[in-house]
Design a protein around this ligand. Structure first.
Ligand SMILES: C[S@@+](CC[C@H](N)C(=O)[O-])C[C@H]1O[C@@H](n2cnc3c(N)ncnc32)[C@H](O)[C@@H]1O
Length: 378
């Protein structure tokens, strides 16, 4: 029987608190929150539930052990003694080593990864006379080593690619938002599913897709393969039970308010429509093609949610001034009674809206320091 173990969830910086609430609601025992990371304890059922239902984490790392590590020798021996490799990693399984952090003598992550790999394959050769292959793109087993303050933490990564890739978005616009960030921002906005939701600069439709799939209880991990399915303590019975529970949360016939996106770029709007169709949400989400000024909002006020271009990755700052001015005028003319939530990475541009922000939350979006800003429109 597998008892509670230590896990770390990697989260977008700025979404740690809301991410911790999500994890707690799914049954974890919270331990600590730090920049981009939430530490907690979970049992197998809870661990599987998180993979099916949590929307905010990039990845989960299950801790195996910690050991003092001040250089190559202590790393090599620490890794060999760290773990019951004989049970967990036989040579038929491929693996990959990921590294984060440094110590005084281990400052090159590539060298550190090589040392970990050598320690594992040397041990495998001594036990079985053969070794695992290395696979960077689709390993059976993914080791993660974190170095900090002459201490090493060895963990198992439960997914070889980031969990923000839900798989419903084969077609991407320019500068699309990551699905987990969109989900976290919607959670902060406290969108009430009875309220109309409009993204007037919707790109590939990420906000709308995340909002609707969240409202309908669609578990983001339900169609995914996870690396824990290769772990020797994988419990198929508990996993199938958690899948059944996750499916029971689906509210397929839920009546939703109007969920609409505007997008002026024809090709990007096509991407949004393809993604929505792929996710099976084309009856719930409508995409209108054109400049936002061409469209009226639904008569019942609701929430406007968007990330307009802000010049760092998309658009020239000077051209964007007029976009923000026009957006501000559009909102003041058409959106009385609505609440606007806007992700912005350029405070100079947001000032061109000509509106007073009532709440703001710092969020890192792909390394850009952004603000998730709320405006009440009168
Ligand atoms: C940063 S992207 C939004 C990304 C989107 N959240 C996603 O995840 O794909 C901004 C989008 O606004 C669109 N856009 C720019 N000006 C617009 C306008 N006046 N009316 C409608 N869409 C516009 C751009 O074509 C671009 O797709």
């Amino acid at each position: 029987m597998v008892k509670n173990f230590n896990v770390m969830a990697a989260l977008p910086h700025g979404l740690e608190e809301v991410g911790a609430i999500e994890l707690k609601d799914l049954g974890v025992q919270l331990l600590k929150i730090s920049r981009g990371r939430v530490f907690f304890k979970a049992d197998l059922a809870c661990f599987y539930r998180l993979h099916l239902q949590a929307r905010l984490p990039f990845r989960f790392l299950r801790e195996i052990c910690q050991f003092p590590c001040n250089g190559k020798e202590s790393l090599y021996h620490g890794i060999q003694n760290a773990f019951d490799w004989e049970t967990w990693l036989d040579p038929s399984k491929s693996f990959r080593v990921d590294i984060s952090g440094i110590s005084s003598e281990l400052t090159h992550t590539h060298f550190t990864a090589l040392t970990v790999k050598n320690a594992v394959v040397d041990l495998q050769r001594s036990i079985w006379g053969k070794r695992s292959n290395i696979s960077l793109s689709s390993p059976d087993f993914c080791l993660h080593l974190h170095l900090a303050s002459e201490n090493a933490t060895l963990s198992l990564d439960s997914s070889s690619t980031s969990l923000h890739r839900r798989g419903y978005r084969p077609a991407m616009g320019i500068a699309p938002l990551k699905e987990n960030i969109a989900s976290g921002l919607i959670k902060i906005s406290e969108w009430d599913v009875s309220l109309n939701l409009v993204d007037p600069l919707c790109g590939s439709g990420t906000f709308l897709l995340e909002a609707v799939s969240m409202a309908k209880g669609m578990a983001p991990g339900i169609a995914r393969k996870f690396l824990f399915e290769n772990w020797p303590d994988f419990d198929l019975h508990i996993w199938l039970e958690e899948i059944k529970n996750a499916k029971s949360l689906l509210k397929l016939n839920m009546k939703l308010p109007k969920i609409i996106g505007f997008e002026e770029n024809i090709e990007i709007s096509r991407n949004a429509k393809e993604n929505i169709l792929f996710a099976g949400l084309d009856k719930e989400i409508e995409i209108k093609v054109g400049h936002f000024r061409e469209f009226k909002l639904p008569s019942e006020p609701g929430i406007i949610i968007c990330n307009p271009p802000y010049g760092k990755r998309l658009g020239n700052e000077n051209d964007l001034e007029s976009l923000y001015k026009e957006f501000g005028t559009y909102l003041k003319t058409n959106a009385s009674g609505w609440s606007l939530w806007m992700l912005n990475g350029n405070p100079k541009l947001s000032s061109f809206l000509g509106m007073k922000c009532s709440k703001r939350f710092p969020i890192s979006n792909g390394g850009i320091d952004c603000r998730w800003m709320n405006y009440k429109i009168h």
